[in-house]
Design a protein around this ligand. Structure first.
Ligand SMILES: O=P(O)(O)OC[C@@]1(O)O[C@H](CO)[C@@H](O)[C@@H]1O
Length: 395
């Protein structure tokens, strides 16, 4: 990383800190919510009881010899962390381990009748079916009459602020309240984002690394559709998670649900849905669910095959808070640390679209940081009321 000193890794072992509250409070709340949403059988209830105890008071345990993802986890640090408290290993690692262990407890990995049953699906579907989603889709009818530049900016912001729709985040008291501070962009490189796509003469390839399903994925898909229709993007690759993760992260099944929701909505929304459907059918839009997409590691450590997929893209848009943590490194950076420095490892032009829901932040100017601290103490970092668009294009 060019001349940038590193910063402390985030761990969950400081009582009173945000990472600690996620491990000590949010994870138990997620277990409760999942348990109540399904008619699980006794073995699953026992496994959830064990997970509850293990994740709050126990230590990281090895995986059974026949676990299909064992080789991945061994390469991702499991041997090093086995025997340590969940609170004493990197926070990113603990959180990812939690979702993996939750899936194990409910039988996702199989074999058996519960194999592949997404424990978060009821919450995702409720959001997709909500009145708020209806309103957002109906608003598209007016938008299509506006000039193309206005549509593009509105859909970019729809995708950006859609990131507030994170079901895990809403489980914490702070995230549950509606924003009282005026939402604001703390960094806005959108001109650079458009310039990158405009200079590709319609032949741009866009990778979009998705975050949440439902009310975030729908505007992500609309943005992709608009960029294709306006000729800015010729080909798009949508990266989703290989399995349910961080409650609402999008999987292939969620993309299908979102497209069905669009096509059934009528009006302009249905048109977008049909065009995305054809783009998938004819290969202009492709889906990827790489195992590393739910790895407990920063993108700096991505494997060569994934690196080779991002490298030729005109632009990769990385959505959301968790992906931001993985992009810049899950560290307590000084907020003025240059975004270009901490993303220099990324193989190609990259843009982060994210609402701020964790302590990790880079790329602010000193004036913005001081103004935010003065107005809100540290709450601006985790409250989800602020957002950023940051871009690094290798010179
Ligand atoms: O990636 P997303 O959906 O924007 O946010 C994920 C999130 O809710 O989960 C983590 C805590 O569990 C935080 O990084 C962040 O607040």
């Amino acid at each position: 990383m060019p001349d940038t000193p590193s910063a402390p890794l985030l761990l969950g072992n400081q009582p009173g800190s945000f990472p600690h509250s996620v491990l000590a409070e949010r994870h138990p709340a997620i277990i409760k919510q999942v348990r109540e949403a399904f008619p699980y059988e006794p073995a699953q209830h026992r496994a959830l009881d064990e997970l509850l105890l293990n994740c709050t008071e126990g230590v990281i345990e090895p995986l059974p010899a026949d676990a299909t993802d064992r080789a991945h986890w061994e390469a991702w640090g499991l041997p090093e962390y086995t025997g340590r408290s969940w609170f004493d290993v990197p926070w990113l690692w603990s959180e990812s381990w939690f979702y993996r262990q939750l899936l194990q407890a409910v039988g996702w990995f199989g074999p058996g009748p519960w194999q592949g049953i997404d424990p978060f699906r009821p919450f995702k579907l409720a959001e997709l079916d909500s009145a708020e989603t209806d309103e957002e889709l109906a608003a598209l009818d007016d938008l299509t009459a506006r000039p193309a530049a206005e549509q593009a900016q509105a859909l970019l912001h729809g995708s950006l602020w859609g990131n507030r729709a994170d079901l895990g985040f809403r489980l914490s008291a702070e995230g549950a309240r509606d924003a009282d501070a005026a939402p604001g962009l703390v960094a806005d490189d959108s001109d650079r984002l458009w310039a990158l796509l405009d200079h590709a003469d319609g032949g741009a390839t866009l990778c979009l690394v998705a975050d949440n399903a439902g009310r975030e994925l729908v505007p992500d898909l609309l943005l992709i559709a608009h960029l294709m229709e306006s000729g800015r993007v010729g080909r798009a690759v949508l990266h989703v998670k290989p399995y349910p993760y961080y409650v609402s992260d999008a999987t292939t099944a969620d993309v299908v649900d979102a497209l069905r929701r669009l096509t059934a909505a009528g009006g302009a929304a249905a048109g977008y849905g049909r065009r995305l459907w054809s783009a998938l059918s004819d290969g202009r839009l492709t889906l990827r669910a790489h195992p590393f997409s739910s790895a407990p590691l920063p993108y700096e450590e991505m494997p060569a095959d994934l690196r080779a997929e991002f490298a030729p893209a005109t632009l990769t848009i990385v959505k959301g808070d968790l992906n931001y943590r993985r992009l810049v490194g899950d560290r307590l950076w000084a907020p003025t640390t240059p975004f270009a420095d901490v993303t220099a490892h990324f193989p190609g032009p990259v843009a982060a679209l994210r609402t701020l829901k964790s302590d990790v932040i880079t790329g602010l100017d000193a004036h913005t940081e001081a103004a935010l601290d003065a107005a809100e103490d540290r709450r601006w970092r985790t409250g989800g009321t602020h957002a950023l668009i940051q871009v690094r294009a290798p010179g």
